[in-house]
Structure formats: C-alpha cells, structure tokens
Design a protein around this ligand. Structure first.
Ligand SMILES: [Zn+2]
Length: 263
C-alpha cells in the first residue's frame, strides 16, 4: 500500500462509500471491493463471470480499451472540431484513491457537444499505466474525462494519454488536492481549473466502445486525443506512490470496428 493515504473521518468514509455504491455509470461502478486488476479470480479476465450484470466484460463485442493503429484509422472530415465548455470546478468530491484517483463533479463543471449531443463533464479519473495503446505503445498515465447526457443515458469519455516530459498544470492541481485531502481528512475544498485542459481544437481518434471496468457497458463514445500530454518525473513518482497497483484493463478485440480520425 502507498505511503500517501486518505484517512477520512468516519462520516466522510460513509459518504464516500455511498457515492461509490450509487455512482452508476463511470469506471468506478459497483464498488472497488468486487473486482481488481490481478491475475486472480477477481481480475480482468474473470470480470464477466463474477456477476450476471457484468457478462458484457466477457461477451461484449464493442469493448474498451483498444490498441489504435494510426495506419488503419480512417480520416473523417465530417467529425466536429473539439470545443470544450468546461468551467472551473469548485468542491469536487474524491470518489476513490484505491484503484485510481477519481473526482466527481457537480452540475457546474460545463461540458462538450459531440455529434450534436451535449454531454456534461461528471468525472475525472486516472489509469496507470494507460489503457489505450497506440501502435502497441503503452503510456505511463491516462486520464478519463467522463461525460454524461443530462438524462445520464449516454456516456462520452475523452481520453488523454500522458508521456514523460514537462510538468502538467492540471495534474499538479489534482496532486495538490489529494495531498490536502490527506491532511484535512478527505474534504476537497479546493477548486480545479478544467478550463486549462488543452483539448479544444486537438486532433483525435473516435470509436464506439465500452466502460473499461465492470459492468463494461457498451455504447460509450470514445474520443482519444492523438497527441499525448506530458507529466514530469516528479508528478509520475507522486502518482506511483498513490497508485501502487496497475489499474489498466488489457486491450480488447476491435471486431471490425472502425476508428475514425480528425486532424
Ligand atoms: Zn477509466
């Protein structure tokens, strides 16, 4: 276990537990105790057998993550330019710091319009190492920005891959938030300036996939930014300290799906 841990008060613990249990559609579904990333019985190869509601993890044909082969993608000029309308987020809720670092946002986080549908930004969480790979190359970190339509029926995730390089401003804010939560006992009374997230106008890959954790629901609209962002060695080490275990699902079969590309 990592040396940097959250020790929330009893009531904060209950609150976080309730939020995890009722948090219905992101990668943090169903509680962390029910599955893991090991080679054992609760690991990714067995998720589909653990619960009937999770069978798609085994039988699904449009699953995520995938390996993206840039020479096989189809350039599609009809795909829209990415234009986020995020707001600075006040008082995000820390959902977990076990498999991943996951922050849930309230109604004021803004959103993005994709394929003519407006999605609200609901959650930010981490995977280490990356789940999506490009040309079989895995990245040290991947961030998922989970968006949902107001009726919560449709999910769109923006994936940002991180490679080693310069320090990242948003990651720095997240790390600071976590360390202050550690000291203050779980309360996240800081804000996160998502307007600084460099997504608008960027080239991206688009495909139809699934949640990458149980219940592995399909119909998720994936947008993977082509260009990786960077994180510093210091930031990498801090995340390594927090996320002591791998939380990446293995890549899934493409099964004839087309990956589109917008320059
Ligand atoms: Zn995820």
């Amino acid at each position: 276990m990592g040396s940097l841990r959250i020790y929330p008060s009893f009531f904060a613990s209950i609150l976080i537990l309730i939020l995890i249990c009722f948090h219905s559609s992101s990668c943090e579904d169903s509680g962390h105790e029910d599955f893991d990333y090991s080679e054992g019985p609760k690991g990714p190869h067995n998720w589909g057998d653990l619960k009937q509601a999770w069978r798609l993890c085994k039988t699904g044909t449009n699953q995520s993550p995938i390996n993206i082969s840039p020479h096989k993608v189809r350039k599609d000029d009809s795909l829209e330019r990415l234009r986020t309308g995020y707001s600075p987020i006040h008082d995000p809720v820390l959902l977990s710091i076990d498999h991943d670092v996951a922050l849930e946002f309230g109604a004021d986080a803004g959103g993005i319009t994709l394929n003519g549908t407006h999605y609200k930004l609901k959650e930010y969480h981490t995977h280490m190492p990356s789940e999506h790979v490009v040309n079989r190359r895995r990245f040290p970190l991947e961030i998922h920005l989970v968006h949902k339509t107001p009726d919560k029926n449709r999910i769109a995730v923006i994936s940002v891959l991180y490679k080693h390089g310069r320090r990242d401003n948003i990651l720095e804010q997240v790390l600071k938030m976590i360390s202050s939560a550690n000291k203050k006992g779980g309360s996240l009374d800081s804000s996160l300036n998502m307007t600084k997230m460099k997504i608008s106008g960027k080239a991206y890959y688009r495909y139809s996939g699934s949640l990458t954790t149980p219940p592995c629901s399909e119909g998720v609209l994936w947008t993977v930014l082509r260009e990786a962002h960077t994180l510093s060695q210091e930031q990498f080490r801090k995340f390594q300290t927090i996320l002591t275990k791998n939380n990446s699902r293995f890549t899934q079969k493409i099964n004839g799906r087309e990956v589109l590309y917008r320059r």
